[in-house]
Design a protein around this ligand. Structure first.
Ligand code: ADP
Ligand code: MG
Length: 701
């Protein structure tokens, strides 16, 4: 596209003075011709249909009518005046009403000539009226570029009250298209256009604003959605490639004694095929000269921990240190305990560092990290403190990454002269399309298989009124030697009430399950870490049969003997949280259960969430529903909203186009990594422009 022309400030467009320019900038972010060209309509109205006044119905729908103004008057009312015009056709008469801008309208309205009016009608005082109609002389209407499908542009209160109506925007676009003649260059290569039979750029832009018919409109939309997604993917994939060529990582060429001894002598179970495949992918990455930047997705209980451990062994085999960072103290301790058993067998030194590590231990850890005698460090974000310096950190693993901010993660990158290899593990399955956009610059591995012998967790929904029956079931399970979680919500806004619920619940459970026959642990965020650990440990060791807790146990805790998860006020939890909580059970060979307790009053969304949980155990399926319910922004948190701020495409609805766009972007870059081939010139040019004029499309960072 002709950059100079399209980068012209919007005030230079005919019809846009300094005032309008100001409003367009403030209200719609339109600074340049290009921005206006890319102001895409939200929807289209069918304007082939004309109503007659005699046919109007009291539905308050948008209608279009041809008629004449026969009379204009000003009517005094309590609050200011209104201007009323009588509008007639040969079937009847109605009123057009204005509450603002009287003078201008009175001076410009013509009597007894045909107008096309458009707007919503009201039934008022025994007559139809249309407030603030859009109107145009029939003659002008017939001549204009505007077509049967009228685009409706995004607008704001301020714009419409300042007279920048939909029609004005349309007119500005007409002016712009007349000026732009022959200056709208193609932005995709011939190969891509032909292979997908895409509409050329200029036709697509024209038809998005002035659609000639539904077919052309659909093709225009497809082309522009494709282009938008294509350039995002191109950017992400290029970032990934650049990263690999620019950032030298540590290479771990050999798989040595630690890995082999563990694999041959100490493997606690047979690895699943998915675990083997993922370990292979990681091994391959670590053997390369470029820094590993890999995301490992695996549902709760899919066995990510052993994959993490075996990856650490490869680092150690090559003389490097490794670390594993988890979001909570409890989870760090759990990781530490699992890894400690394996490390002891292999004579590997391992420590844990959290907020509650004593100063003396802390000092020792710091020293041993720097002199290299400490090989593996587990911990919370305490690892990120500046005082924590490694001798040669080769691999950093981050567990459950959605809890860490991007900035926090990047701190790990800078623990060395050279950034360590990075493995990010997440138990929150992300729909593939979303992963492509948000993590499009990372390599992704997926463990899509659970260890053998796992039974699906039976999930049921019960109302509070059935509580006694539920308690009886819990007693039966405890009698069989099983353990039970009972989880209460803890939402920040209603923290005080939530704690009260938790304590009330704890009391009634204590009454229902009396000592000494039953022992109960309780864990919540207001307890001291030491007390929390104590209670947690009693449950882990099987000294207590019931764990009453808030969501602090959501992440990662592993007690294979626990077979029932009761979630109180389940309607208040989000889907991914429910799924995470449920993942705490079903870790042993026994049949496990999840009981979702709710009141009778449920919103439609809450019902969908509960039904989804009852229907499926598949984390990816659940994440798709979650995405539909919440939308991508909410699902990923605000930090990624930039990538998700699309102008025309929709990550959910256009997931097919996204997949195609990604595969084309990959193909183009594979064939021509630096976009130097002549046939890719339009792509290189567009890409360069996009990066240069950051304001054009806001997802380019
Ligand atoms: P997550 O992916 O949620 O972190 P974990 O690594 O905690 O899962 O593994 C869950 C449970 O499954 C643990 O008790 C672990 O020992 C066990 N496990 C992992 N992989 C296998 C396997 N291949 N065969 C049998 N059990 C396994
Ligand atoms: Mg885990």
């Amino acid at each position: 596209m002709n950059a100079h022309f399209l980068q012209t400030p919007i005030e230079y467009l005919k019809g846009v003075g300094p005032n309008r320019a100001d409003l367009l900038k403030k209200e719609l972010g339109i600074h340049t011709f290009q921005d206006l060209m890319h102001l895409f309509p939200n929807r289209y109205l069918d304007r082939t249909k004309y109503y007659r006044i005699g046919e109007l119905q009291k539905t308050n729908a948008e209608v279009q009518i041809i008629g004449k103004i026969t009379h204009i008057k000003t009517v005094e009312q309590k609050r200011g005046k209104r201007l009323v015009a009588t509008f007639t056709d040969d079937t009847g008469q109605m009123e057009l009403v204005w509450f603002r801008g009287h003078k201008w309208i009175r001076e410009n309205l013509k009597l007894n000539v045909p107008y096309v009016i458009f707007g919503k009608t009201n039934w008022f005082n025994g007559m139809y009226s249309m407030p603030h109609p859009e109107m145009e002389l029939l003659e002008a209407h017939e001549k204009s570029l505007r077509s049967a499908m009228q685009p409706i542009y995004p607008s704001t209160e301020k714009l419409s009250s300042s007279g920048i109506t939909n029609k004005v925007i349309s007119t500005l676009l007409e002016t712009l298209f007349l000026e732009a003649k022959n200056r709208l260059a193609e932005s995709l290569s011939k190969e891509v256009l032909n292979s997908l039979k895409l509409l050329p750029k200029n036709e697509a832009l024209f038809n998005i604003h002035f659609p000639k018919n539904q077919t052309l409109l659909s093709r225009a939309q497809y082309r522009l959605k494709f282009e938008e997604l294509f350039y995002i993917q191109l950017q992400l994939i290029r970032k990934n490639i650049l990263h690999k060529t620019k950032i030298k990582g540590y290479t771990f060429p050999k798989v040595g004694d630690y890995f082999n001894t563990f694999f041959n002598e100490h493997l606690p179970f047979n690895l699943t095929e998915a675990q083997k495949r993922v370990i292979k992918e990681i091994r391959h990455d670590l053997g390369q000269a470029s820094q590993m930047n890999r995301l490992l997705q695996g549902d709760v209980g899919s066995g990510k921990t052993i994959v993490a451990f075996m990856s650490l062994l490869i680092a150690l085999d090559n003389g490097f240190q490794g670390c594993l960072m988890a979001p909570t103290e409890i989870l760090s301790v759990q990781h530490y305990n699992s890894l400690l058993v394996w490390c002891n067998k292999l004579n590997i030194s391992i420590s844990i560092l959290t907020g509650s590590t004593k100063t003396s231990e802390r000092k020792e850890i710091h020293e041993n990290l720097q002199n290299g005698s400490l090989q593996v460090l587990i911990g919370t974000h305490a690892l990120l403190e500046d005082t924590v310096q490694f001798k040669n950190l080769g691999l950093a693993i981050v567990d459950e990454q959605h809890r860490f901010g991007v900035a926090q993660r990047s701190k790990l990158w800078h623990k060395n002269v050279q950034p360590p290899n990075i493995l990010i593990m997440t138990a929150t399955p992300i729909p593939r399309t979303l992963a492509m956009s948000v993590y499009g610059d990372l390599d992704v591995s997926v463990i899509d298989e659970l260890p053998p012998g796992r039974k699906d967790i039976k999930t049921v929904h019960r109302f509070d009124s059935n509580r006694l029956k539920v308690f009886r079931f819990l007693k039966d399970e405890i009698l069989l030697g099983r353990q039970v979680y009972i989880v209460y919500p803890l939402i920040q806004e209603s923290e005080a009430l939530d704690y009260k619920d938790l304590m009330d619940g704890y009391e009634s459970i204590s009454r229902e399950f009396p000592k000494p026959k039953y022992q109960i642990s309780i864990v919540h965020g207001k307890m001291k870490p030491a007390d929390k650990d104590y209670e947690m440990n009693r449950f882990v060791k099987g000294e207590t049969q019931i764990m009453v807790a808030t969501t602090v146990i959501e992440v990662g805790v592993d007690v294979p003997n626990a077979s029932v998860m009761v979630i109180e006020s389940a309607e208040r939890f989000g889907l991914s949280q429910l799924h995470q909580l449920r993942g705490r059970v079903g870790r042993g060979a026994e049949q496990s259960y999840c009981i979702l307790m709710t009141s009778h009053k449920l919103s439609a969304d809450a019902k969908t969430r509960l039904e989804t949980m009852v229907r499926t155990n598949d984390g990816f399926e659940i994440s798709e529903v979650d995405l539909k319910l919440r939308g991508p922004g909410d699902m990923m948190g605000t930090q990624q909203s930039g990538v998700l701020n699309l102008r025309i495409a929709d990550i959910i609805k256009d997931s097919e186009i996204l997949k195609i766009a990604r595969s084309y972007a990959m193909q183009v870059l594979k064939d021509d990594p630096s976009l130097q081939k002549p046939n890719n010139a339009p792509i290189l040019h567009t890409y360069t422009q996009l990066v240069k004029f950051k304001n054009i499309w806001n997802y380019i960072s």
